[in-house]
Write a protein that binds this ligand. Sequence first.
Ligand SMILES: [Zn+2]
Length: 305
Amino acid sequence: MSQILIQSVLLDDERVDILIQENIFQKIAKEKTLSVSDPNSVIIDGSHFAIVPAFYNTHTHAAMTFCRGLSDDVPLKIWLEKYIWPREASLTPEDVYIASRYAILEMIRSGTVFFADMYWFRTETALAARELGIRASIGVTFADLLKKDFEENCQFVEENLADYSGRVQLAIAPHAIYTNSAETLKRCAEISERFHLPYHIHVAETEHEERGSVTPTQGLSPVEFLDSLGVLSERTVAAHLVHVSEKDLQILAKRKATCAHNPCSNMKLSSGTFQMKRFLEHGIRVALGTDGAASNNNLDMREEM
Ligand SMILES: [Zn+2]
């Protein structure tokens, strides 16, 4: 019987003892009232610590630990086109597997129990997640501009969905409006609806993102454009949303989309300042994410807080 006793730890302004048995929280009681029966138990002095709920990292690119610290002080467009995409072009599955393991260990160490990922070689990241015991939403990434693999991606989802029904699940992850055509964005939404999977996408990360859109947006903002395609819903996890108008916020609230806010990444890439108060005033669900380690430079949710 494996037992862990955490003594006198701070929980909601009160000092408590916590007993964990066979990986399950068995008991929480007033401090100095619980004990363990097994001599091999682990006893932790929690008197200098607080215990908080585990973290859910709602937007990351785990394997990007391989290019942590690669380029500083450049905006997103240059960062992607000059530094990141050329290196990603020569990545191997093994690279992604190893880099994902690093990422997951770093997340576990800083209290994260779940991450929503968007990257290449998804099966390698999924394997790393399964091996290390973390929960994950593994994005099947669509980016027309970089890889023409739409049909292959769809086939992967259909054939593998059953294997991703437990701790590690799938998401549909069209990268952004500047890497995917309107047609791809719409078809991704159809798959997301058909299989009840999240629709994970970067939106309005930089100012005037719509100018780089693969399909001309006819003067619409990124949020308005996506809504005009009918792709926003309660399954949408929109990362960043730094540059939004009042109308955008109304749309996001109406569609019940979730925003994954990435404060460190927004600062590192000088993307802008997220308007948290306005999101909350509109009742929009806001979650936190680290983004990839390359644009952060770590995966520690405590820093995002
Ligand atoms: Zn991202």
